[in-house]
Write a protein that binds this ligand. Structure first.
Ligand SMILES: [Zn+2]
Length: 318
């Protein structure tokens, strides 16, 4: 896999010469093969397949791009190898590095699951995703709301997924967090990752990332999205109460450093720059139990918000 064509800059040269908005379409066979190998390496049960996304889905993705703040989309022409559809990805989106001839990550490709996205509105997709860490139990309900009723459509589901993946692309070649292709114990002790440092520590002995909040957040280590829920539905309220004591903008952000930044980026652009809703509502036996909102107006996320704004500002200049 380390020598695969799909992760080499040379393979993406012609894609990178197109306008960024045109680097969109079915995944090339080399890419499908690479992500199939990656799923095997990670023990994911799904086997990605090539697909031709229907024209409506492509049109929705293009309009989701067109609808982004122009100054955000303008950050990506150099770093984004493109947005490509497959079927059977497992999860909804996936981003991985593209390396230059010296083995340095210089760009990234984004893969999206056409089948999962085919019929999803924004709130249905977000509700599905945010339920995946919890075992099904009809007594407990979690509802996510990322759009008002008049924007609750597939284009906006795609836009939120896209923003998360663009967060991963944004981090390429920066010191936001350690590279995701390197094991925690191999991160150089002297290296500095200011955004990462707000929430994470390296446990070299266990070869794991730990959050700085783990003592008050016992559910974090059992939070697994998409495959094999480990938390009982009865733990939803306690999990979100713990999350509120952290600087993570969402539960998914608390899983690994890379997703902390991707979620922070997506949530910040969506809520602060685009003025859209973001809310998780928990209920038990039909009665509301708790509401969890985006944190950008709360003191707990102030330092993170400040760093994000600085990062965006210097990216715009550079
Ligand atoms: Zn991610």
């Amino acid at each position: 896999m380390r020598d695969h064509a799909a992760i080499k800059l040379a393979f993406w040269k012609s894609a990178l010469s197109l306008p960024a908005g045109e680097r969109v379409g079915p995944a090339p066979p080399e890419l499908v093969q690479y992500i199939a190998l990656d799923n095997i390496a990670n023990d994911y049960p799904e086997r990605p397949r090539a697909t031709s996304p229907d024209p409506g889905l492509l049109a929705d993705l293009k309009s989701a791009i067109a609808d982004l703040p122009a100054e955000i989309w303008a950050l990506f022409p150099k770093r984004l190898a493109g947005l490509y559809f497959v079927d059977g990805l497992g999860g909804t989106g996936y981003t991985d590095y593209v390396f230059d001839a010296r083995g340095k990550p210089v760009a990234a490709f984004v893969v999206l699951d056409a089948g999962v996205l085919a019929g999803q509105s924004a709130n249905a997709w977000a509700t599905w995703k945010e339920n995946t860490p919890f075992k099904a139990d009809t007594r407990y309900k979690l509802e996510a709301r990322i759009e008002a009723a008049n924007g609750d459509n597939r284009k906006n589901a795609l836009q939120y997924i896209l923003l998360h993946e663009l967060g991963h692309v944004f981090s390429v070649g920066t010191d936001i967090h350690p590279p995701w292709n390197t094991e925690p114990r191999h991160i150089a002790p002297a290296s500095k990752y200011p955004f990462f440092d707000l929430s994470w520590k390296i446990d070299r002995k266990a070869n794991k990332y730990r959050s700085r909040f783990d003592a008050g957040f016992p559910q974090r280590a059992r939070t697994v999205y998409y495959f094999g829920a480990k938390l009982d539905a009865s733990e939803m309220a306690a999990t979100y109460a713990s999350l509120h004591g952290t600087n993570f903008p969402s539960l998914y952000a608390a899983t690994v450093p890379g997703d902390d930044f991707a979620e922070s980026f997506a949530s910040y652009v969506h809520v602060v720059l685009m003025n859209r809703p973001w809310q998780i509502t928990l209920s038990s036996d039909g009665a509301p139990v708790a509401t969890f909102k985006s944190c950008w107006d709360e003191a707990r996320c102030a330092a993170k918000k400040n760093q994000l704004e600085q990062l965006l500002k210097s990216a715009r200049k550079g």
